[in-house]
Design a protein around this ligand. Structure first.
Ligand code: CS2
Ligand code: MG
Length: 416
């Protein structure tokens, strides 16, 4: 029998283009597992939670006891839920699944039930300051093999809009990587301006133009980044109905999920939400009243593989599917975990895929692959991701923040 006691637990911080927090567990016999604990813009809070409070509890525990460890950390804390707690628990849980699958000599998806599909349909991010730039970006994504595309554009009257690439077509020439959400390194967040009425006037015409240019087949998605009041969200859903969206994401702020009843009453545009949710409890009324169509939680922010699988099983009862968050601030470890779940679960919907930078991939060496529009987790035992300490250490942490959002009208802080 091998010795599967947890002998070491390291919290690794690196910044290959953007900041990542990774937990590495090692058993007494030297089997290693990785877990992603990155919370964009609040990274060091999770580092402390792990280093100061969880690592001491993990040493000596049996790495095989995944469910018991999850319950021990979740119920045992007394302080339940919240992004920092759940990212820390997620990292432990993911690392333990990585170890178990390596000990079994299998890719993780085999332990989750095996293949249910050839791969995970991925959507990419097309964006542009105006329509010609947006169309170029859509074409570039189609050339790269994407078979589903998120559409974000500049809004007349606003200098910059979150989610619109700063150099959208760089990927075509290969000069530099296009980046919609660059790490904004600074001591304080950048402030952006927002105008909801200008946005609502502009977006339907953008989708009309994209459908006219690219036809009816291509699945199109859009993210409203939590910025609308319920009645505005209902209106947007209704205005977008002729353009047959795959989904409309995060229409309203995340706390008051009951308002999605109002949105749902008015529109048949499919709804996705949940990238900032932490637990199954956030979804309860949304599932039971069938107010949404897709679950956005990633493994990293919803308590790990154990917890996210439970959320997906619950969703499946209501014909609700997965649509896992996959921005560049979810590390390759978090993305790999989503892909193992994604190929195995019965109710897979779609996977977001923005592509990490080449430097990020040098640190994490992911074994997953993108081909023909599908992402596949690969056949290496475990998660299929290995961490290169030397490369990681060459990219030390430096503070970076998401932008904040103020109304153009009078500078009030606005939702996002
Ligand atoms: C976005 C994210 O990918 C998405 O759908 O909402 O870019 C999100 O804003 C960031 O991941 C936040 O860290
Ligand atoms: Mg989003």
């Amino acid at each position: 029998m091998s010795n599967t006691q947890i002998a070491s637990a390291e919290v690794l911080v690196t910044s290959p283009g953007r900041n990542f927090v990774t937990l590495r567990l090692r058993t007494a016999d030297g089997v290693e597992g990785l877990g992603d604990a990155t919370v964009n813009g609040r990274e060091l809070a999770v580092v402390s939670y792990l280093r100061d409070h969880l690592v001491p509890l993990l040493l000596g525990r049996d790495a095989h006891a995944i469910e018991d460890t999850w319950q021990y950390l979740y119920r045992g804390a007394y302080w339940r839920r919240g992004p920092i707690t759940m990212a820390a628990i997620a990292a432990v849980d993911t690392a333990l699944w990585d170890i178990k699958a390596k000990l079994a000599g299998m890719p993780l998806y085999q332990l989750l039930g095996g293949h249910s599909r050839r791969g995970c349909l991925a959507y990419g991010h097309a964006s542009g300051a105006d329509l010609p730039e947006l169309f170029d970006s859509v074409r570039s994504h189609l050339e790269q093999g994407y078979r589903a595309i998120r559409i974000q554009t500049g809004i007349p009257g606003l200098d910059s809009v979150y989610g619109v690439a700063t150099s959208p077509n760089a990927a075509v020439g290969g000069a530099s990587r296009y980046d919609h959400e660059p790490a904004r390194r600074a001591a304080a967040p950048v402030e952006e301006e927002w105008d909801t009425r200008a946005y609502l006037r502009h977006i339907p015409g953008v989708f009309e133009a994209v459908r006219a240019e690219f036809g009816p087949e291509l699945p199109l998605l859009h993210d409203a980044h939590h910025r609308l009041a319920p009645i505005q969200a209902a209106r947007l859903g209704k205005l977008l109905e002729p353009y047959d969206l795959f989904w409309l994401e995060d229409v309203t702020p995340a706390e008051n999920t009951a308002v999605l009843r109002r949105v749902r009453e008015h529109t048949t545009t499919p709804l996705a939400i949940g990238e900032v949710f932490n637990t199954v409890w956030d979804y309860r009324e949304l599932f039971e009243e069938q107010l949404i169509d897709y679950v956005r939680s990633p493994v990293t922010h919803a308590g790990g593989i154990t917890a996210l699988r439970r959320i997906f099983d619950y969703a499946s009862i209501y014909q609700i599917k997965s649509g896992v968050h996959g921005p560049t601030d979810v590390s390759p470890v978090g993305l790999a975990a989503a892909l193992h779940l994604g190929v195995a679960i019965p109710n897979f919907g779609i996977q977001e895929y923005m592509k990490h930078s080449a430097t990020t991939d040098e640190v994490f060496r992911p074994g997953f692959a993108f081909s023909g529009g599908l992402l596949s987790p690969g056949e290496e035992p475990g998660l299929g991701v290995s961490y290169d300490d030397a490369v990681a250490e060459a990219h030390p942490y430096s503070a970076a923040y998401l932008p904040v959002n103020r109304l153009k009208l009078d500078g009030s802080m606005h939702d996002w």
